[in-house]
Design a protein around this ligand. Sequence first.
Ligand SMILES: Nc1nc2c(ncn2[C@@H]2O[C@H](COP(=O)(O)OP(=O)(O)OP(=O)(O)O)[C@@H](O)[C@H]2O)c(=O)[nH]1
Ligand SMILES: [Mg+2]
Length: 355
Amino acid sequence: MHTHKDCRQPVAAIIYLTQDTPARRVYLQTSLYLLFWSFNKRFRYPVLVFHEGDFTEDTIAAIKEGMPGGLGALVQFRQVEKTDFCAPVSATADLVEKNRIIVPDARSLSYRSMCRWWILHAARYLAPYEFYMRLDDDSFIEEVLDYDPFQVVRAEGVDYASNLVHVEHPLNALGLLETSRELLGDTDRLQSLFLCGDVAQTVAPSRLRAFLDHLPGELRERVNTTTLSGPVIYYNNFHIARPELWSHPTIANYFEAIDQSNGIYYLRWGDAALQTIALTATEGLMFGRFSFRYSKRYEREQGLYANTNHPIARQYFDAEALLSGNKPTGSMTDFAAFNDLLAARGLSEIARIIA
Ligand SMILES: Nc1nc2c(ncn2[C@@H]2O[C@H](COP(=O)(O)OP(=O)(O)OP(=O)(O)O)[C@@H](O)[C@H]2O)c(=O)[nH]1
Ligand SMILES: [Mg+2]
């Protein structure tokens, strides 16, 4: 039978959110260079760099000029609306200090606003596109692709495509399973996403209590003080998705309620965990995974993605598998023991390889 293939290039864009600091600028330039080298000098999709207005015209011009093959015109800097980064009034820097009781390197308020931007605001800027690819300034595509990733996603009928899959640290997911159950239903599917263990494996219970004492009551009540849990997450600093995905009622209502709860600010819930939970709870979506070498700051190459060292995650893996030559270097999905874990939990399809 003759099947008709859609050979048009999809209407798509590659997007970043970044800041103009010296370190970030070097990352961004490296990431853009690798993006063009890996596929975009051939396929020429527009690249939208979102920022808060801190880039000067000169910096923008220098970055564009530095792009290979005179392709700088494809890179467009877009300032986001000021209100996108307004934290709720109750969220003060003090909240980060309190978070340091249990997470010594707890991230800043603006980091939390960044996470919120991705789940609450990004889609508004992406309406013209059938697909977008997210990259962070420190996202490096490490090989030349012999295909157009957007074409692959469309041909496979995929709604969301990933590369690396990980496990979130439970101290960045306090109360998240409980809140998600309340919002999305107490399903086996949701439970299967979370790896659980005793509080004492991760943090002294007295320190956890000291931290919880500073939380607003509604959030405090949601935190299980005997068992902690961290979800399996798409490492979403690379993904390709349909922007319209984020207006699916299940997902949009979940994000809205999560935002109202203030858990992103008080408990540092990350956009990766929130997106993964929302996506896996939604019926009828198709997922796919690209297996090209992709990394944050070349960490994959250096084998630094062994997050099985994480106290709760570790107990889910066979000690021998962790010690064997088959180390989880690069991606948890390069690691057979992790794929076995996904299969045992009925989650293999979230990381089904498409290219
Ligand atoms: N405009 C803006 N961008 C931000 C802010 N915080 C982070 N970003 C950008 O959001 C993306 C993700 O931020 P990162 O700090 O790399 O977050 P991460 O990948 O979770 O953490 P790392 O492990 O440090 O890489 C990067 O492209 C950052 O430049 C912010 O406050 N404002
Ligand atoms: Mg990063």
